[in-house]
Design a protein around this ligand. Structure first.
Ligand code: EPS
Length: 389
């Protein structure tokens, strides 16, 4: 079965559920492997009060025995601690005194189109699932993917290079991505980090919110993940889909992305040089992807996140119970979640790379996958010729 995952759960409901399919048997997997990333997602300057309530940790419900995967679906649960405060409002069972419906949709959120689409007059029925709380479950899936990739020396990291008007060079941020865990805004440059924090403080004082840009880097990918032979296999397109699906993301770039459009071809293509083990590139402007396949250089994907749409300085809307002009619904919210989005970006990139890796080397168990991977790596090291015959 193809490596993939699905999630279930509402923001203030009992919990967030992840089921990961297509995980080979024999992969070492501990709750700590997943919890580390869940904790990284909860960090970041500019988060609201909710992160003080939650301490995300998974319980395995299936697919793992004595620290190793079984080849069956891996099911994980993160309980929402905040549910204790929302039991009446979010109880799966009918309650005696249901809360008043919320009828003031927020511009920029899923509220209005969601209410129209799902035929409800209470926008809580929409916001609970469209909330970015769901990304907890995605990061749990990313943790499984990351564990598989690490077995083959593939490491995924991220950095924030823009928050509002404060930015650093994207390439420099990508090179320093491994250092970004020590910054409260996931920015590898300490001076820029401080300026980003000040920018967030200024937005908070104005009762507003900020977006930004982050870059995800995957090092150690073998050449040939993904394929040009069919549009559905193209890895750049699959990465863009996965990263664009993260809440509030409005743009995705591969390598220099839109910047490539401004230059001549000779300034853009990554020239091929003889390497020690196999050919390498003089530069990596195309973000490690050519023809929809990895080329062995680091995979570099970046994304732009719009500012969060729940702000206490609320914007104009229409009260759907009266049709009259009104001010949008306000709820406790973050003022900046770009650092968290970067960790979620890592998870989505890891999931797509794991899917493509298993397409190439896939089997039911880690022993056979290792053999297939090693045979491929040996072949591309020793040969440039036609081996079809
Ligand atoms: C979110 C609103 C806030 C955020 C939430 C995403 O939730 P609450 O209304 O409970 O304060 O904290 O993010 C998380 C809970 C999380 O774990 O990231 C939204 O509307 O998207």
């Amino acid at each position: 079965m193809r490596f993939s995952f699905s999630t279930a759960g509402e923001s203030h409901g009992p919990g967030e559920v992840t089921i990961v399919h297509g995980v080979p048997a024999g992969l070492g997997l501990l709750a700590e492997d997943i919890n580390r990333d869940l904790a990284r997602r909860q960090q970041g300057y500019g988060r609201g009060g909710r992160q003080k309530i939650e301490k995300d940790q998974i319980e395995f419900l299936g697919g793992v025995r004595h620290g190793y995967t079984l080849g069956s679906p891996v099911a994980m649960l993160v309980r929402n601690r905040d549910y204790a405060n929302w039991e009446d409002r979010m109880n799966p069972a009918p309650v005696e005194n249901p809360p008043e419906p919320i009828t003031l949709p927020r511009p920029g959120h899923a509220d209005l189109a969601g209410m129209q689409k799902y035929a409800t007059s209470d926008l809580r029925n929409i916001l609970e699932r469209s909330s970015a709380r769901e990304t907890t479950a995605r990061v749990a899936a990313g943790g499984v993917a990351r564990k598989l990739l690490a077995e083959f020396g593939i490491q995924v990291s991220s950095a924030v290079y823009r928050i509002g008007g404060v930015a650093m060079d994207k390439e420099e941020a990508a090179l320093g991505a491994e250092k970004s865990d020590s910054s409260e805004v996931r920015c590898p440059d300490p001076d820029v980090s401080e300026r980003m924090k000040a920018e967030i403080q200024a937005a908070q004082r104005a009762r507003d919110a900020l977006g930004g840009e982050f870059v995800v880097v995957a090092e150690g990918c073998p050449p040939g993940l993904g394929s040009y032979v069919d549009w559905r296999y193209k890895l750049d397109a699959r990465l863009a889909h996965a990263v664009m699906s993260i809440n509030a993301i409005k743009g995705v770039e591969i390598g220099m992305g839109f910047g490539l459009a401004q230059s001549r071809s000779s300034e853009v293509q990554d020239e091929i040089l003889p390497g020690q083990e196999r050919p390498v590139r003089a530069t990596n402007r195309l973000g490690g992807l050519e023809g929809g396949m990895t080329n062995g250089e680091p995979v570099v994907v970046s994304a732009a996140m719009k500012p969060i749409s729940t702000i206490s300085r609320s914007l104009r809307t229409v009260d759907l119970s009266t049709g009259e002009p009104a001010r949008a619904f306000k709820e406790r919210a973050d003022s900046c979640a770009v650092p968290a989005a970067a960790v979620i970006g890592e998870a989505m990139v890891a999931v797509i790379l794991a899917e493509a890796f298993l397409e190439k080397f896939g089997a039911d168990n880690m022993t056979d996958i290792r053999a297939s991977y090693e045979a491929y790596m040996q072949r591309i090291q020793r040969s440039f010729g036609n081996e079809w015959a």
